[in-house]
Design a protein around this ligand. Structure first.
Ligand SMILES: *Cc1c(COP(=O)(O)O)cnc(C)c1O
Length: 380
């Protein structure tokens, strides 16, 4: 079976992890800050907070922005569940903004309409979470302009996007957002097995996220309410979690960062090969908007309506692990219980009916792409 995504682990990656295993620190050592520093240097963000996974990063990002009961958070219906669940973890409610038909990313027009209506109703969201589907950036300039004019905060869910850029800004720079989140799950662009990180240019937000990452505990004497208690003393100042990344994960992340640009350029080359092979077929490609460099997490095609299920099943029979990203969140049973209905986000629902994800990862070969493309051609 050709998988849809797959990690690329080198001898250097393995050596980096082994070195940590033989060192004094398996957790809370020097590797996590080193990894955070690398992510800052790469993205241009001032601060980075590494955590157990991107779901945790989304959770602490929401908490740091003050999301709580009575607040509303908006995201895209075409994303992984975590982009929406993070708001519910904080006791807030979730709502969705419909997508652009071509990219599946949050639609600026729908956002503008929804914000205007929400303002009239006195129900503006606290935070919006645009998701860079497949690594293709949302129109962040427009989204940021809208959000700022209504006083709404932005968390970019760039789980698919490390290594990509929007205009001249690397994803994660937070030029157009308050916080950006990356995932390092093995199917994503670089991996730490499980892992995630939140970047920000706001020192206070970074500090809050660090607190939420580790039990809400302060150790620095300057931050204590009882500075003279003694050197053993630490104090809990808010309700945090244990979302700490281990040294093993961070060492793997540091090592993987050395090849990030290579991975992304390789993914872009493979995408070009797909484009050449799929030319003249009755399908459209979900492509990044002009002026953006995508990390190319997913290669998504849109098939003529009604064909997707058959094509999916046949491709799987051909040992090709095609996938679908994503089933619209508002149609999940859990979200239907919350009151969302079919028809709420028509562009997202239509997008979902047409999409198919083809395998894409650095070690995918030219032969694999030929096989996948000719299999698809035979079915269309
Ligand atoms: C993978 C993913 C997440 C969650 O990442 P984890 O690291 O697995 O928690 C969140 N949002 C999107 C869009 C993702 O693809």
């Amino acid at each position: 079976m050709i998988p849809y995504g797959k990690q690329d682990i080198s001898a250097a990656d393995i050596a980096a992890v082994v070195e940590v295993l033989q060192s004094d620190f398996l957790t809370q050592g020097p590797k996590v800050p080193a990894f955070e520093q690398l992510i800052c240097e790469y993205t241009g963000a001032h601060h980075a907070v590494a955590v157990t996974n991107a779901t945790a990063a989304l959770h602490i990002a929401c908490l740091a922005l003050g999301v709580g009961a009575g607040d509303s958070v908006w995201t895209s219906p075409i994303t992984f569940l975590a982009s929406a669940n993070c708001a519910l973890y904080c006791g807030a409610t979730v709502d969705f903004v419909d997508v652009e038909p071509l990219t599946g990313n949050m639609s600026v027009h729908s956002l503008a309409d929804k914000l205007a209506a929400a303002e009239r109703a006195g129900k503006l969201p606290k935070v919006i979470i645009p998701v860079h589907l497949a690594g293709h950036s949302c129109d962040m300039q427009q989204i940021a302009q809208l959000a700022r004019s209504y006083g709404v905060k932005i968390i970019e869910d760039a789980s698919h996007g490390i290594g990509g850029s929007y205009h001249e800004w690397k994803l994660g720079s937070c030029h157009y957002s308050d916080i950006t989140v990356f995932s390092f799950h093995p199917v994503k662009i670089i991996t730490t097995a499980e892992g995630g990180i939140a970047t920000t240019n706001d020192a206070a937000l970074a500090e809050k996220m660090r607190l939420f990452r580790s039990h809400g505990v302060v150790r620095d004497k300057n931050g204590l309410t009882r500075p003279d208690e003694g050197d053993w003393y630490y104090e809990q100042q808010l309700l945090g979690f244990n979302y700490r990344m281990t040294e093993l994960q961070a060492a793997l992340g540091c090592s993987q960062m050395q090849r990030l640009d290579e991975f992304v350029s390789c993914r872009n080359q493979l995408a070009e090969k797909y484009q050449a092979q799929l030319l003249n077929l009755p399908l459209t490609l979900v492509e990044p908007a002009a002026g953006n460099y995508s990390a190319r997490h997913l290669f998504i095609v849109r098939l003529p309506l009604g064909l997707r299920k058959t094509v999916f099943d046949k491709m799987r029979q051909f040992d090709i692990q095609v996938h679908v990203h994503y089933f619209p969140i508002h149609l999940q049973p859990f979200y239907q219980e919350l009151g969302f209905k079919i028809g709420d986000y028509p562009a997202a629902e239509q997008f979902y009916e047409e999409i198919l994800t083809l395998p894409l990862f650095p070690s995918l070969t030219d032969d694999d792409i030929c096989y996948i493309s000719s299999s698809l051609r035979s079915l269309l």
